[in-house]
Design a protein around this ligand. Structure first.
Ligand SMILES: C[S@@+](CC[C@H](N)C(=O)[O-])C[C@H]1O[C@@H](n2cnc3c(N)ncnc32)[C@H](O)[C@@H]1O
Length: 353
């Protein structure tokens, strides 16, 4: 059966991703699972209609989608690569816009004698012949390729789409960052990914409050963006932050700092290991300490069971004080999602004083 799209989600959250597909008015049918979290789909309406809708209102749990315009059975061995390249040259190259930078993103879901990198290189060479420039970091059009067993045959799937119609600029939404010298925690990747995906600018000199800051990965990233940081956590911060006069550690809980009377902030971040609803309530209590132009960025930890209920409840709590601008499960989120919040226009604590 001919597929129209491949959607990707975290394998642990496939049920919620499938629920999002069921809600999409596109008439989505799941044809196969290529790998846990990677779903082959047939659509009643066009890929473009679904992708355009999701561009404006992205789903939370589906991280990446790609169109399937080329689908063909492949021979075994190295010949698979050549057959796929030929089909792409024949059917997709005419659709490439030579004025826009492109990338090729290949995912292999079968044992093969070549690597994704080899396919990327071969197909990029063919696409570059149109005059388009290869730019893997900031592509504006993407050739997405997948090879997987499907209906008893090794099958190649490929599609060309504007990057904005893929939900992520990275293959399968897998945004990887290089480990840096001086990195304090893996949690840093979550903040980096959120800033990039949500397009959140942090003008230098901003004043940030980081709730649940220890050991200090997010603090380090905020300092790299030249923010002054109040870090709230009963636990110790990494010693590398101790000498930094632009970091103030409030060694207490977020509840205790609230009683103390916080300052006013441009940004509140929250990565507290806390029940999603309790964390949402705390964020509502902190809303008056956010400037009207400010933003809040938080993770919501999801339990193993009744996740949808917990999520709905936490969202409803947050809506008392915030508009939920973005909500996504990032590649670097594990059992959690990340939200970008805008405070509802009310009097701030500073205006009330
Ligand atoms: C996942 S870690 C945060 C990692 C941090 N974002 C980083 O980049 O290093 C969660 C933190 O939440 C803190 N935490 C849990 N409950 C808290 C509360 N009520 N108030 C403040 N911090 C809390 C824990 O002490 C823990 O250090």
């Amino acid at each position: 059966m001919k597929a129209d799209a491949i959607a990707t989600a975290d394998p642990g959250f496939v049920e919620l991703a499938v629920a999002e597909l069921a809600e999409a008015p596109a008439g989505v049918r799941q044809l196969a699972t290529l790998e846990p979290g990677v779903l082959l789909l047939a659509l009643a309406e066009s890929y473009w209609a679904l992708a355009a809708r999701w561009r404006d209102r992205p789903p939370v749990f589906i991280r990446h989608i790609q169109p399937v315009q080329v689908q063909l059975p492949l021979p075994r061995g190295d010949a698979a690569q050549h057959a796929l390249r030929q089909a792409i040259e024949k059917e997709l190259l005419a659709l490439v816009d030579p004025s826009l930078p492109f990338s090729v993103q290949t995912r292999l879901f079968a044992e093969l004698p070549f690597r994704a990198y080899d396919v990327n290189t071969a197909i990029a060479e063919a696409v570059a012949a149109t005059g388009a420039r290869l730019d893997v970091r900031r592509p504006q059009q993407i050739v997405s390729v997948a090879i997987a067993p499907y209906q008893g045959e090794l099958t190649g799937f490929a599609g060309l789409s504007p990057a904005i119609y893929n939900l992520s600029d990275w293959a399968g939404g897998q945004r990887r960052f290089a480990r840096e010298k001086g990195q304090i925690s893996r949690a840093e990747f979550k903040l980096l990914e959120a800033l990039e995906l949500f397009g959140l600018e942090l003008p230098p000199g901003g004043v940030a409050l980081d709730l649940g800051a220890a050991p200090g990965g997010w603090v380090r990233v905020l300092r790299q963006h030249e923010q002054f940081v109040t870090a709230v956590d009963p636990a110790e911060l990494h010693p590398s932050l101790a000498q930094d006069s632009s970091v103030r550690h409030k060694q207490m809980t977020a509840e205790a700092y609230l009683r103390e009377g916080p300052d006013q902030f441009d940004l509140i971040t929250n990565d507290m290991r806390l029940d999603a609803r309790d964390s949402a309530r705390l964020m509502v209590a902190y809303a008056p300490y956010l400037y009207a132009h400010g933003r809040a960025l938080m993770t919501l930890k999801l339990p193993e069971e009744r996740r949808e209920n917990v999520l709905d409840h936490a969202f409803n709590i947050l809506r008392e004080a915030y508009e939920i601008e973005k909500a996504r499960q990032l590649f670097h989120n594990r059992s959690e999602i990340t939200l970008l919040l805008r405070p509802l226009q009310r009097r701030t604590a500073a205006q009330e004083r």
